[in-house]
Ligand binder design. Sequence first.
Ligand code: TYD
Ligand code: MG
Length: 464
Amino acid sequence: MSKASSIFICQSCGAQSQQFFGRCSSCGEWNSIIEQASHNSSNKRNKRNSQQSHEASLIKSEPIDASGHETLERIPSGYLEFDRVLGGGLVPGSLVLVGGNPGIGKSTLLLQSASAIAKNRSVLYVSAEESAQQIRMRWKRLKEADCNLQLLAETDLDLVLREIEALKPDIAIIDSIQALNDENLSSSPGSVSQVRECAAALQRIAKKQSTTLLIVGHVTKEGMLAGPKVLEHLVDAVLTFEGDRFASHRLLRAIKNRYGATYELGVFEMQGKGLVEVINPSELFLSGEYASGVATIVACEGTRSLLVELEALISGTTYASPRRTTTGISTNRLHQILAVLEKHMGLTLSRFDCYLAVAGGLEVEEPAADLGIATAIVSSFKNLTLPEGTVLIGEIGLGGQLRPVGQLTQRLQEAVRLGFKRAVIPKGSGVDCLKQEIKMELIEASKITEGILIALDGDPTTSA
Ligand code: TYD
Ligand code: MG
């Protein structure tokens, strides 16, 4: 193919160039540029774009307004956990992208939600990945067959747009954006230009007729939503559906939300008959087993507190440099805590491999987990089991000091609710005030050494 008929497009940010580069000059990504043959189609696309920009300028005269306009009464998604992540339900005319790994349950979640909404609103479910027969089978499995949901199994963008225009549904679900195909473009479905064009065309029509669009997007092998930057800027909310494929629970998070708070967490459980929401998810991450190397922390996810078990395994190394492996916690955090333990507790951890995992596939990022991580490590190293019903809360400073954490009352309340009796917390957390509200033994510690010894001892000398 001649150079004149080729265009080079970055699959990460969508930037175009006439020449091939190993690294995208726009977003700096390596090996993301692919060659695309599109001489004829680019003319077509340009023509199409000029028509669209005319159309777009008409639509702009009635924009969606986030400040409580009367048309913005939210539509409940049928699931409290889904609504929590959305910030109280779906905003009419908004565009929501739901991303996640294949097989995690995106189609199931959206089909169930669509069925629930369809009980009193018009909903169109467009499946570009499965045939109508396959969706009907899933639908029957979910026992949702009696609701008034319209199904369309189609991959052609124009036909999908026509159907949305004709039906004017309150909600339209596109499963998935990567499987849709704009025939005016020569690139294959799923490429950045296809995803961008399809999403933009859908957005125009959605805003024009106030249809709420829920779009499924796949996660690429690098763990990003395909065509990420392009789509993330375009949509009003980006939700990710994640979880361990081998465990039954699934976590829904908002990473961008124009109409609500981000970092809220929704918890579901995948069962034989579909997804069931978990209103009190703390129990999910607790096994109730007490062994050496296990410590319980309280993690905050948005407005919700979760009790989570951490597991550490310390064993003599056979490698020149010991292994440090983590699941659900950043390796840098582990390195830092190991260094503090080595320096301030005199433990020779550099001769041991260290494996650390958060039970249940949850990701814990907040520093409030530090004391729990350190205690789990020491517990495994010394082969000591923590006394039953103890939670550990505190951030560790590089000097070995324990620092107070935010939302302490909320964390302790959740621990009390789940029957925990004892909490080790940083000094300076205002124990006298807390004692009025929290009916559990609260033990303050100012140093990491003190905190860990008290936690492992079970018979603290300093008791509040
Ligand atoms: P699916 O929604 O197809 O995932 P995605 O759209 O994200 O690719 O869900 C696929 C998995 O969910 C599949 O491995 C089977 C499982 N599943 C159940 O366990 N129970 C159910 O009721 C359904 C419908 C699916
Ligand atoms: Mg699917």
